[in-house]
Design a protein around this ligand. Structure first.
Ligand code: PRP
Length: 216
């Protein structure tokens, strides 16, 4: 039996995923060591390998087949636009992609003015403004702390993830429009799904049952 390899977005998503797997009897003790700097973990009995990658790289590992399966947020999947099968909504990591800004930016959005939009997600932002709103905007790519942009005058609005809303609130910004809902997803390499159909489909089925029971 060959190894099935998982690329997990490191951080909270990977931890929640492993907690879910544990409920299915899929464990990896070495991953629980908080001090470890290791990036790859193996369960020899079940012939599984897990590796921790930066979220935006997870779709890349899966598309190229370096990982058979990935767990990553829908935001990253949409932004990366890779050739993958999205097979399951895992139901955790729920948040929203929103257009945010100061109250006064609302008018500029309504009137379709040529505004500047800062975002870590230029693909999602462009798709929203050009294809859904038919509004021409200037997209400015940032890498983090995006809430700064409208405060310091880099942009009129941002397109970003809102989870609790506390970052917006602390910086005097608010949600102006909603782009889409997001959550953690399981993605699979199309060739892996064919080659390891039985193991992967069984895992998807077990996870689906588990996550549906949790939501019920
Ligand atoms: C994310 C996101 C928002 C914040 C939203 O940022 O980009 O800034 O979390 O969460 P909240 O609604 O619960 O406040 P992250 O913490 O990943 O940092 P970054 O902006 O530096 O990437």
């Amino acid at each position: 039996m060959r190894y099935l390899t998982f690329a997990l977005a490191k951080g909270r998503l990977a931890k929640t995923t492993m907690a879910l797997f544990e409920e299915l009897g899929i464990t990896c003790e070495a991953m629980k060591d908080k001090n470890t700097r290791k990036l790859i973990f193996v369960n020899e009995d079940l012939k599984l390998k897990f590796f921790l990658a930066k979220a935006s790289d997870v779709p890349t590992y899966v598309e190229y087949g370096a990982a058979d399966i990935g767990v990553v947020g829908e935001d990253t999947i949409l932004e990366e636009g890779r050739n993958l099968y999205e097979v399951l909504d895992l139901g955790f990591g729920r948040c929203r992609m929103c257009v945010c800004g100061p109250e006064e930016a609302k008018d500029k959005l309504l009137h379709g003015e040529l505004i500047r939009v800062a975002s870590k997600y230029p693909v999602i932002a462009k798709d929203y403004f050009y294809n859904r709103k038919h509004q021409t905007v200037e997209i400015i790519k940032l890498n983090g702390s995006v809430e700064l942009a409208p405060i310091v005058g880099l942009s009129e609005v941002i397109v970003d993830i809102v989870e609790t809303g506390s970052t917006l609130k602390a910086n005097g910004l608010r949600v102006l429009e909603e782009v889409c809902d997001l959550s953690a997803r399981m993605v699979v390499n199309p060739v892996s799904l064919k080659m390891e159909q039985e193991r992967i489909r069984r895992l998807i089925g077990d996870l689906r049952e588990l996550t549906q029971n949790k939501e019920a």
